[in-house]
Design a protein. Structure first.
Length: 592
């Protein structure tokens, strides 16, 4: 009976295989098969007059390379099912899969080189079949190193830059040369905003790159093989590179998923921050693509093409630029308050993108990639990033009032605060009077050790406020506690607070009280030598918010006064509440 169980386990080709790998291989097989009926290149076929757009099924070497690639992919599952025996089991080895996919890569490279060196229009140019098939082969290879993605991105970038140069050498008309240059800038901008950011450690950019590549692949599959307006690109044509973005994205699949797996279990705020960065970067791509649409429409109008399509593209492109800028700014400044604005902006962009698609109705089946990106892919990415992840929902529900958190690295007036709180100057208030009950103080308790400061960088010249600011950082990240650089105070080894800490005790302060009345309920604070800050500055509601952030870091003995300041912004109050200082906690309780 036990033998039967073993046989059944061996006959399951998916036993012990992660669902992610199964999905990846299925998508790769579908891409290889779909690439066969799609156009591959412009070639001269036997029995056909002139050059034609040959499909993958018309080229014998493409068919053979596809068969070999499918065999090595299926061999992995056949071996788990117990179908392979003897020497055939070698086909299931990881190295065998790479060797089996290599011919497909060589065939695609051959056609790319042929397009580069062609001397006439009889040969050269590459089509959607090559792009989709190459993406499937790269996806099946599942290379975990980012070097494959880097190499693919470099090839695409070089081809994009060479296109306007070769167009100028070929002597094409100036509108086509300008169009080639704009196309090259679009490709470089997309790679810069996705692949380069991901290589520099921005995990959100990797997700945007995958969605970008998937959107182009879907467009090529559905619209790039029509008999009218077939999608072909060439370094000797108007533009080159957008067609190969799926291959770059396919090379990034494994590294992107590996990085996201490494941060599983991190705090909700950090996870939500990543998804919000995805939405922010999607709006940035909307801005880039819409600007490209606008400039191309202007070139067409200047060249004398006064038609409905370029006029609509110009108007819609400008509207998308405005909407994307406003939505991106809203998310960066206040993720909670700007959430509804960003979702609404994505819906508006969908409508505007559909207008461009409708304007092209009847012109041809080959849509342009920027139209699909604006109408579907990028807005869908924004909606998915801001609505679907549970971490974003939890983050938004954590603060029903929608209080803002300042962008780290750019201290500013809190959103929703009353005007006049953050003034550029500082007005010296009256000296604080003695407290009503001088003997009032809470029992001294040992101050808990503060966490180590996060690596920080100066955000602007002359500013002493430090916070975390890296590529893709947004307003959801919190300012990390930092030990005072001015006083260098540390908790006592026996738990006894320092003299400055003992004086940093306060009486309850009524919310909204005037500055002079508030200071009357606080005990006098002994000035710490070397500290540039005074209790009056910490209590004054007109002290700039940037200086309040400096005070809590450089003068720990004044933290209770900052906590009692009615203009202290919510993010700084949260940071003070996380310190565990009894005097600070007492001041915070008076604000409720």
């Amino acid at each position: 009976m036990s033998d039967v169980v073993v046989v059944e386990q061996r006959r399951s080709p998916f036993a012990g295989v992660p669902t992610r790998e199964i999905v990846r291989d299925v998508v790769a097989v579908v891409a290889l098969l779909v690439a066969l009926p799609l156009p591959w290149a412009i070639v001269t076929l036997r029995g056909v007059d002139g050059a034609v757009a040959a499909r993958g099924s018309d080229l014998l070497w493409v068919v053979l390379a596809t068969v070999v690639a499918l065999v090595v992919i299926v061999a992995t599952y056949a071996d788990r099912a117990g179908v392979l025996t003897g020497g055939w089991k070698r086909l299931a080895a990881p190295t065998a899969r790479w060797w089996g996919l290599a011919p497909y890569g060589l065939v695609t490279l051959l056609y790319l080189v042929l397009d580069l060196v062609r001397a006439s229009a009889d040969t050269g140019a590459v089509g959607g079949g090559l792009a989709v098939g190459l993406a499937g082969a790269v996806l099946a290879a599942a290379v975990p190193d980012v070097r494959l993605m880097t190499g693919a991105a470099v090839v695409v970038a070089v081809g994009a830059v060479a296109t306007p140069v070769l167009s100028l050498v070929d002597g094409v008309a100036w509108p086509d040369v300008v169009g080639s240059a704009l196309g090259a800038l679009l490709v470089l901008g997309l790679l810069w905003a996705t692949a380069r950011r991901f290589l520099r450690g921005d995990d959100a950019a990797g997700v945007v790159l995958l969605v970008l590549g998937a959107a182009v692949a879907v467009e090529v599959t559905m619209l790039g093989g029509g008999a009218v307006g077939v999608w072909l690109e060439s370094v000797h044509g108007l533009r080159f590179g957008l067609l190969l973005l799926p291959a770059v994205a396919a090379a990034a699949v494994v590294p992107v998923l590996a990085r996201w797996d490494a941060v599983v279990g991190e705090p909700v705020v950090a996870t939500a921050s990543r998804w919000i960065r995805v939405a922010v970067q999607a709006f940035e791509l909307m801005l880039l693509v819409a600007a490209f649409v606008v400039v191309v429409a202007v070139v067409q109008l200047v060249a004398g093409r006064i038609e409905v399509e370029p006029v609509l593209r110009l108007i819609v492109g400008v509207l998308v630029v405005v909407v994307a800028v406003l939505a991106r700014r809203a998310l960066l400044r206040d993720p909670r308050g700007g959430h509804a604005t960003a979702v609404g902006a994505a819906c508006v962009v969908v409508v505007l993108g559909v207008v461009i698609l409708v304007a092209r109705a009847g012109i041809g089946t080959a849509s342009r990639v920027e139209e699909l990106l604006l109408a579907l892919a990028l807005p869908a990415l924004v909606l998915a990033a801001l609505i679907v992840p549970p971490s974003v929902t939890t983050f938004l529900a954590a603060d029903p009032q929608g209080s803002a958190q300042p962008v780290p690295g750019r201290p500013q007036q809190p959103f929703g605060a009353q005007p006049g709180y953050a003034q550029p100057g500082y007005a010296e208030p009256a000296q604080p009077a003695q407290p009503a009950h001088p003997g009032y103080a809470e029992a001294a308790q040992p101050e808990p050790a503060q966490p180590e400061p996060a690596q920080a960088a100066e955000t602007e010249p002359g500013s002493r406020w430090r916070g975390t600011w890296a590529a893709g950082t947004d307003a959801t990240q919190q300012m990390s506690p930092v030990r005072s650089a001015a006083t260098g105070e540390q908790p006592s080894a026996h738990g006894a607070p320092s003299a400055a800490d003992e004086t940093a005790v306060q009486q309850p302060v009524q919310q909204g009280a005037a500055p002079a009345e508030s200071t009357q309920m606080l005990p006098p604070v002994t000035h710490v030598p070397g500290s540039p800050w005074t209790p009056e500055q910490a209590l004054d509601p007109h002290t700039p918010l940037e200086q309040l952030a400096q005070i809590v870091q450089e003068a720990p003995h004044l933290r209770p006064h900052v906590a009692a300041n009615p203009s202290t912004y919510p993010a700084l109050l949260d940071w003070l509440g996380a310190l565990g200082d009894p005097s600070v906690d007492a001041a915070l309780r008076t604000r409720r």
